[in-house]
Design a protein around this ligand. Structure first.
Ligand code: SAM
Length: 282
């Protein structure tokens, strides 16, 4: 018998907990063990990894992580699910593997009891981007991972400059990591079946492009550029630089054409502009 969860058991546990999956918390549970193993493999989880999972739900992916990783730390907002997870792990033969559950909103987590090395998660769709960026920022011990997100969000995370899906998450994520697509996932592997498609995004952390001061300045420039993405950069950044002329001068001094649109630029260009922000010192 597979050690992982299947469709029948998932419904049984949900019925026992009197749990009706809610859209508000993005509760679409994976009912296919092969998909869980595929995700863990794509993340290259190894026996020395401390795996971090956001939103373990009924435990489908958690058990696949426990199969391989040294230990798992899982952040779950729903207390009924958080409370049930240790029993599910034990009844599937993983009682001796360290599993730490943090019953908290992932968007408020600022520390964890262990330093995770890999992030593997089927992220709740409504908070997937802020959760991913937050954990990349707060947990430098995370070397990489794979997240399952809505396909539309996956497209944004891996988009290249100039494409219509390229946006601030695409640029911001590259501050910390190289992002790439790791394939799509059929709707039928979820219960309940969602009305959107899902895809996998892989990330591998690289050396940071600068210190926290530079990151904040750079993200302010990115936010301003994409808030008015149809405008030329000198117009979109005019408020930030105190007028169109100083914005133009700063963008030019960074070696960039001030008439270009922000959606054409990659992270190094934003960093170069941020260094010319009024009051910036590094
Ligand atoms: N990992 C499970 C699976 O693949 O079957 C469940 C994934 S389900 C898409 C998302 C999970 O995230 C749910 O268990 C939900 O309760 C939880 N969740 C939703 N919002 C959350 C938040 N802000 N912080 C932590 N967990 C959250």
């Amino acid at each position: 018998m597979s050690q992982l969860l299947g469709a029948t058991e998932i419904r049984e546990i949900a019925a026992r907990l009197d749990l009706t999956p809610t859209k508000k918390l993005g509760q679409n549970f994976v009912v296919d063990a092969n998909t869980c193993r595929r995700i863990v493999k794509a993340a290259e989880v190894g026996p020395h990894d401390v795996a971090l999972e956001i939103g373990p739900g009924l435990g489908s992916l958690t058990l696949a992580l426990l199969e391989i990783a040294q230990s798992v730390v899982a952040v779950e907002i729903d207390s009924r699910l958080a409370a049930e997870l240790p029993a599910t792990a034990t009844s599937h033969g993983f009682g001796d593997k360290p599993l730490i559950i943090v019953n908290q909103d992932a968007l408020t987590v600022s520390e964890l009891p262990v330093s995770p090395t890999v992030l593997v998660a089927n992220l709740p769709y409504n908070v997937s981007v802020p959760v991913l960026l937050r954990f990349l920022e707060l947990f430098p011990s995370l070397n990489g991972g794979v997240v399952m997100v809505q396909s539309e969000v996956a497209d944004r995370l891996v988009a290249a400059p100039g494409s219509k899906t390229y946006g601030s998450p695409s640029v911001k994520a590259t501050w910390w990591a190289d992002m790439s697509s790791a394939g799509s996932v059929g709707r039928s592997i979820f219960w309940p079946i969602p009305n959107v498609d899902s895809s996998l995004v892989r990330f591998v952390r690289h050396a940071p492009a600068g210190d926290e001061n530079l990151r904040r300045a750079t993200f302010a420039v990115i936010d301003a550029a994409f808030a008015q993405r149809r405008k030329m950069l000198r117009g979109a950044l005019s408020e930030l630089f105190g007028g169109s002329s100083p914005a133009s001068a700063a963008i030019g001094a960074a070696g960039i054409d001030p008439t270009i649109r922000g959606e054409m630029l990659e992270l190094p260009a934003y960093i170069a502009i941020a260094r010319h922000l009024p009051g910036f010192t590094s």
